[in-house]
Ligand binder design. Structure first.
Ligand SMILES: Nc1nc2c(ncn2[C@@H]2O[C@H](COP(=O)(O)OP(=O)(O)OP(=O)(O)O)[C@@H](O)[C@H]2O)c(=O)[nH]1
Ligand SMILES: [Mg+2]
Length: 470
């Protein structure tokens, strides 16, 4: 894809699958002309779409211009540039004939001179035509993929340009510092006073602080966007699958009184207090009797290694058994400062037999959640703990400005390095003209976050992550 590409693109812009209506979107200089070719009014007469007012809707049909056959009954939505998503002329056909006729409408439009849009191409045009910046374009991807309300609102904030504003502010400050440094050099005869090194340092320190803060929001931003894994482990029959189903609010995993019911790991995405969790239910730990059980234990161990949040489950109605101790041993083996273990004592509706003190000391934790899945006790407490553990230690910005991808973090880190160079330079009393090179570098790095200084490669990489039709 090239920046100067100026052809007309089209795609089905609604998800593939059964739905009430589907939209075929056309954008580009020939959008109106193509629409005119294929659209007929309710009496099947050709209409002068170019003369219609912008932002109006029209009832009619899409026909095959070759044979005149009706393809679908549609509502045509006309949006003339520049007040459109792409800032080009856009025509959308709201079709309702299901996927087959939707495809046929698209095919007809393509036959009349449009080109199939690539994934993200509509949004790319919005960017290239200056309607949105790159951080907003990335927010469109996030919005499409958002799994919870919290990530949705963070994407919406970014789409509204909160990161863009923050970066613009930092760049503005940098430009001011650069200008003050450069002015005396560029206009030596004007007798402009050189900015004091102390003032440069103050400004740079402020910008560095803000950059560091943004970098630290990455993990929070990522959790909002991608969610966090939580693993349920425990010996057979303690109630792992019952917990999984309860958190999921549906009977997804099979629950029986027989130990060894779950044979494989099962994963589902759920939303707890606005955060997306991937909950993983595992096969209960017991002496493996066959190859299936051996494999499932291996899988469990792999998850134990990789997952940050561990829900260690025990049956409070029986004394601690050898198998429980085996579970504890395995958890302790994988424990590290990044892992959080939440201990659950289930079945408290029955009389308590477990040695609680011993359990807590073996796992080296302060407390546990007393739970009865049968009586629905302790679930709210667990959800509270999960949500807190997910964002524990993370920087949560009050103003909602977060970064949520590595590309943005890399650019911030580059800017940071350049600015640290400037500070070193100031200490080493380097002449100002050298400092300006680093300042320029920092400025460019920040600019690449929003696309103010950007090359083709980055643009293509970002937009290739979109789905077609957006
Ligand atoms: N009394 C009581 N029974 C429970 C409770 N939670 C689960 N159970 C029962 O315990 C049995 C085992 O539950 P599961 O959820 O299948 O346990 P699991 O840990 O997934 O078992 P495996 O898949 O075999 O490892 C079932 O009969 C459940 O109904 C509880 O809080 N109280
Ligand atoms: Mg189970």
């Amino acid at each position: 894809m090239k920046f100067w590409e100026n052809d007309t693109i089209a795609a089905i812009s609604t998800p593939i699958g059964e739905s009430g209506i589907g939209i075929v979107r056309i954008s580009g200089p020939k959008a109106l002309e193509i629409a005119q070719e294929v659209f007929r009014d309710k009496n099947l007469n050709k209409t002068k779409i170019k003369n219609f007012f912008s932002h109006t809707v029209h009832y009619g049909f899409v026909i095959d211009p070759e044979c005149g056959d009706k393809i679908d009954e549609v509502i045509l939505v006309l949006m003339k540039k520049p007040q459109t998503y792409t800032r080009e002329d856009i025509v959308e056909f709201n079709c309702h004939g299901g996927i087959l006729s939707l495809r046929k409408v698209l095919e007809t439009v393509i036959n009349c001179g449009a080109r199939m849009a690539e994934p993200g191409e509509f949004t790319k045009r919005a960017f290239l035509n200056g309607r949105i910046d790159l951080s907003q374009a990335e927010a469109v991807i996030d919005l499409i993929q958002a799994k919870t309300e919290r990530s949705l609102s963070s994407s919406l904030a970014q789409l509204g340009g909160s990161l863009k504003k923050k970066i613009a502010d930092l760049r503005h400050r940098l430009i001011r510092v650069s200008a003050e440094i450069e002015a005396p050099m560029d206009f030596p005869d004007q007798d402009i006073k050189e900015i004091s090194p102390k003032k440069v340092e103050e400004n740079i320190n402020y910008i560095l602080k803000e950059i560091n803060f943004l970098i630290e929001t990455l993990n929070y931003g990522k959790i909002l966007k991608e969610g966090i894994n939580a693993l349920i482990v425990g010996k057979a029959n303690v109630g792992k699958s019952s917990l999984f189903n309860t958190l999921l609010r549906e009977n997804r995993a099979i629950v029986t009184h027989l130990p060894g019911t779950t044979r494989d790991t099962i994963e589902e995405l759920i939303n707890i207090k606005g955060i997306a969790f991937k909950i993983i239910d595992t096969a209960g730990l017991k002496n493996p009797e066959n190859i299936i059980e051996k494999i499932s234990i291996k899988k469990m161990m792999k998850h134990l290694k990789e997952t940050k949040l561990i829900l260690a489950m025990f049956d409070a109605s029986v004394p601690l058994s050898l198998e429980d101790k085996e579970v504890i041993k395995k958890i302790n083996k994988e424990k590290n400062e990044n892992k959080k273990v939440i201990v659950i004592e289930n079945k408290i509706d029955l009389s308590e037999k477990i040695d609680r003190e011993k359990l807590l000391s073996l796992l080296d934790v302060k407390d546990s959640i007393k739970m009865s899945l049968k009586e629905k006790i302790g679930i709210e407490e667990l959800e509270e703990k999960l949500a807190r553990a997910a964002i524990e230690g993370l920087v949560i910005p009050e103003n909602g400005v977060v970064i949520n991808n590595v590309r943005q973090a890399n650019q911030l880190n580059r800017a940071k390095q350049a600015l640290e160079h400037v500070l070193l330079g100031l200490k080493g009393k380097i002449t100002y003209d050298f400092l300006t090179i680093d300042l320029k570098d920092a400025l460019d790095s920040l600019g690449e976050i929003t696309g103010d200084s950007i090359n083709d490669e980055i643009v293509n990489d970002i937009f290739s992550r979109f789905c077609i039709g957006k």
